[in-house]
Each structure stands twice: as C-alpha cells, then as structure tokens.
Design a protein around this ligand. Structure first.
Ligand SMILES: Nc1nc2c(c(=O)[nH]1)N[C@H]1C(S)=C(S)[C@@H](COP(=O)(O)O)O[C@H]1N2
Ligand SMILES: [Mo]
Length: 368
C-alpha cells in the first residue's frame, strides 16, 4: 500500500482548499442543482494520505468484544444482503468561515457552507456483520480504523472514531462500497468505508480495515481529542483535552443559503433564494423561512423535492422582496418537534469551529 495524493476525478469547478491532504467542496450554487450530489462534486475531507488499496489483498478485521473475531474479504462482505441508503454527509467543520469571522480559528480549514453533500450509499448493514461476529453485551461502542496515514504531534496513524453500539445496530448504519451506484472512488474511501447517517462526517471512516467492539469510545485522536465540542469561552490552553468537551455525534438542525452568494450585489425587487436544510435525524423539517429585513418579516420557502427521508437534506427555494434597505438575507429552519436553530453564531462559537448551525446570515448589497 502506498500513500498518494493524486488529483481525483473531480469537476473542473470543484474548489480545492488544500491539496495535501486533499480537501475541497463544490461551489455553493452547485449544491442546490441536484438532490443527489454527483460524485465529481461531492465534498472531500481528508486528514492524511489517500491510500491505494489492492482489493485482492483487502481484509476487514472484526475484533474486540466479539465471540467470533472475523477477517472478511470483499467477496465475503458481499454475501450479506445489499442495501442502499440515501444520506447527506456533513463535516462538523461546515460553516466554520462564519465563526472565523468572529474570532480567528488557527490551523483549521475555513469551510464555507459546502462541506456537505448527498449520495445514495450502497453496501451492507453494519449490524449484519456485528451479529455474524457475535458481539458481546459488554460492548458499548463500535470503533472504526482506517489505513490512511495521518500525522499529528510527530506521530503517524490511521484516522478512526467510534459510535455507540445502539447507532451501530440501526438499519441505516452501513459498510459502504458503492456511491451513487458506482464503486467508491479512492478519495471517498475505496474499497470500503463506514457511513453513519445523521452523525458528523468524521464518524464515517474511510479506507476501513478494522471494526472493534469495545466498552469505551475509540482512543483514536479524532475521537478522544479532536471533534469535541467546547463552550464559547473555553480556550485550547484552558481545557483538559482528555476530560472536557463533548464528543460530537449527531447532527443538529441546519439551514444554509446557497444562492445568492455572500457579498453579491442584487437589484431591488423579488428575488429567488435557494438553499439546503438538514434535520437532526429524528424529526422532519417543517419549514424554512428567509428574511431580508433582519427578521422583522419572514417568507416561507417551498421545498424543491417532497422527500421525507430522515437522513437526507431538503432543498428549498423562497421568493423574497428586497429593497435598498436590505443588507442581509437570513435563513432559518424549524422541525416538526418545534426545534429551531440558534439565532447568533456568538452563542455557539467554539475554538475548534465545529457544529455551526446558527441562522445563516448572508451579506448582500442592493443597488438600482
Ligand atoms: N480514514 C479517514 N476517514 C475519514 C476521514 C479521514 O481523513 N480519514 N475524514 C472524515 C471526515 S472529517 C469527513 S467530514 C468525511 C468526509 O467524507 P468524504 O471525503 O467522502 O466527503 O470522512 C471522514 N472519514
Ligand atoms: Mo469532517
């Protein structure tokens, strides 16, 4: 296995934020063009190399608190029932740029709102494999390890993380070998990855080679240290990294304007505002509203599709009347349980820049 960071087959308009490791996202307006994001536009979040894995040598190890540890080839994995789940993947760092606008967040990628994409994931249920391995009742967490090479603190290791056993046993949690009907591409985890719908993207470990049933969460850096949520006043110097902060899991309700763009100049009159909304994985999104007058009045958006899937986003469009007093366009979503989003980014600012789901505020200029 060799590490390489070759340019993957991406759309010519795909925006690379870094090349080594490779990170990028589609231009914002592309996100609302298609409900299922084409693979060549699907965002990429890598922490290290893109390993080249020979499918003939590939083995998936299932060990830890199991009665029957397994080593499975790709052919053996394909013996389990094939399933497909349509699910949106969102990086915990999505919308970090808006948090950076409040105070600097060094050494983290300045994602706009496009670190999110939707695919039809094809593979097998994680629970089928765990049942075949006879997982023990003492197992509380299912840990995943990838074989990429990530460098942190003068150490090189594979990316990893874990999810609670309850989520691992849910029918939507998959071991995936196909994306939109095609084999996974190298950059998205070929030949095998996890997809945990409803959870931050970091738990959907790519280049998966090992699943461990255990009593505690994964001890991997990306579970134990990174991807933890701290309060707005915490600082990297003040926190106890091992004990403070909350290990991130489930997504929160979010809504983002993809069109028009930030700082766009618009003509007064009625405009079309388009975007996406993502639910918390439990409740349907009930409504998305936009405002051009700082929240005094709201226009209700219509959904572009009538999908009711809990794991996929909804795309929406609103008609909004703007005039020369309009300086911002705001979007917010409400779900069927009455949950809404935090009003201000200040409320949820954290020094790692994770989980921004505040009302989306777009700066615009209106000129005749
Ligand atoms: N092995 C491995 N898995 C990984 C990562 C990684 O760097 N290495 N990044 C994670 C993060 S933070 C995200 S958001 C998703 C991104 O998946 P994608 O690149 O297919 O969009 O993969 C996750 N799985
Ligand atoms: Mo991520």
């Amino acid at each position: 296995m060799t590490g390489s960071n070759q340019q993957p087959e991406k759309h010519p308009d795909f925006v690379f934020l870094t090349h080594e490791p490779m990170n990028g996202s589609p231009p914002m307006p592309f996100l609302v063009q298609e409900f299922i994001t084409p693979v060549d536009l699907f965002f990429i979040r890598n922490h290290g190399t893109v390993p080249q894995i020979n499918p003939d040598d590939f083995r998936l190890t299932i060990d830890g608190l199991v009665n029957k540890p397994l080593e499975l080839t790709l052919d053996a994995l394909r013996q389990f029932p094939h399933v497909e789940v349509m699910a949106t993947l969102q990086c915990a760092g999505n919308r970090r740029q808006e948090l950076i606008d409040i105070a600097p967040i060094p050494d983290e990628i300045a994602w706009g709102g496009a670190a999110i994409s939707t695919a039809v994931w094809g593979g097998i249920r994680l629970r089928d494999v765990l049942i075949a391995a006879g997982f023990d009742r003492k197992a509380r967490h299912i840990a995943f390890s990838g074989v990429d090479e990530v460098e942190r603190k003068e150490d090189t290791f594979g990316f990893g993380g874990s999810i609670p056993v309850e989520k691992a046993l849910m029918p939507e949690t998959l071991l995936v070998y196909e994306m939109n009907g095609e084999p996974l591409t190298p950059v998205h985890g070929y030949p095998l990855r996890v997809v945990v719908p409803g959870y931050i993207g970091a738990r959907s470990v790519k280049w998966l080679t090992r699943i461990t049933a255990q009593a505690e969460p994964s001890s991997n850096y990306f579970q134990r240290i990174a991807y933890k949520l701290f309060s707005p006043n915490a600082t990297p110097e003040s926190v106890d990294w091992e004990h403070d902060g909350i290990m991130m899991g489930e997504n929160s309700l979010n809504a983002v304007i993809c069109y028009p763009g930030d700082n766009d100049t618009l003509a007064p009159g009625e405009i079309s505002v388009m975007g996406y909304a993502l639910g918390d994985g439990y409740n349907q999104i009930e409504k998305v509203e936009v405002s051009g007058d700082s929240g005094r009045s709201w226009s209700r958006a219509t959904f572009l599709t009538d999908n009711q899937d809990l794991w996929a986003w909804r795309l929406w469009e609103a008609r909004l009347q703007i005039d020369i007093t309009t300086t911002h366009i705001i979007a917010r979503a409400t779900d069927t349980a009455g949950n809404s989003q935090p009003r201000d980014t200040q409320e949820i600012w954290n020094f790692k820049g994770y989980g921004n789901n505040a009302w989306h505020r777009l700066k615009v200029q209106v000129r005749i």
